[in-house]
Write a protein that binds this ligand. Structure first.
Ligand code: 5GP
Ligand code: MG
Length: 178
């Protein structure tokens, strides 16, 4: 594998597609086992999770629903910082077993906001399935029930993840060259 230039920065090969797919299949197997007979609904967080979601769901063999949602950020008027809300969730998740599909958990603030946003919608259960996590950066206590890979700090692109809108189409994951 070669270095790539995405927009104006250089990136070096980090995780190969075949290794990603091996871990994605393992996670899918865990979900197939845990959710057999539970009719789960996967909520895939756009844009970053689209490639992970596609590969994960191709390996899900139990009956399930799949939905795609986006996050909207608001500048809170009475709170500090941004509050993210799940947009585009048209179907009811009341009484459903929800599996959130995310590309990467870094500080964990985004995932905390997603979980908060869903907490009033009456789901029977909510679990998180993330392709990647940077444990050294994690600042929030959340249970990442399904995790493909832990990675060290450093900005990455590829396999759905972007740098300024570019690089999502790369088959492998690359890390930024400092
Ligand atoms: P958090 O709220 O956990 O700090 O950040 C989560 C979001 O930041 C992810 O959903 C992702 O969009 C973005 N992010 C975090 N780390 C990276 C990275 O290394 N590369 C890219 N492309 N996005 C990242
Ligand atoms: Mg994301």
């Amino acid at each position: 594998m070669e270095k790539v230039t995405v927009k104006d920065r250089e990136f070096t090969p980090f995780i190969r597609e075949d290794e990603i797919l091996r871990q994605v299949c393992r996670v899918a197997g865990e979900i197939n086992r845990d959710y057999d007979g539970k009719d789960p609904i996967f909520l895939c967080i756009l844009n970053g999770s689209f490639m992970f979601a596609a590969d994960l769901l191709r390996n899900i063999t139990i009956p399930c629903n799949v939905s795609f949602v986006k996050l909207a950020s608001y500048e809170g008027t009475d709170t500090t910082g941004k509050v993210k809300e799940v947009m585009g969730l048209n179907e009811s998740i009341e009484g459903r077993h929800v599996i959130i599909v995310e590309d990467i958990v870094d500080t964990g603030f985004t995932m905390r906001d997603i979980l908060n946003s869903l907490s009033s919608k009456g789901a029977a259960s909510v679990a998180v399935c993330t392709m990647l996590c940077k444990p050294e950066k994690l600042q929030v206590d959340i249970n990442l029930k399904y995790l493909a890979m832990n990675i060290p700090n450093g900005f990455i692109v590829g396999y759905g993840l972007d740098y300024d809108g570019y690089g999502r189409n790369l088959r492998d994951i690359y890390r930024i060259v400092k």
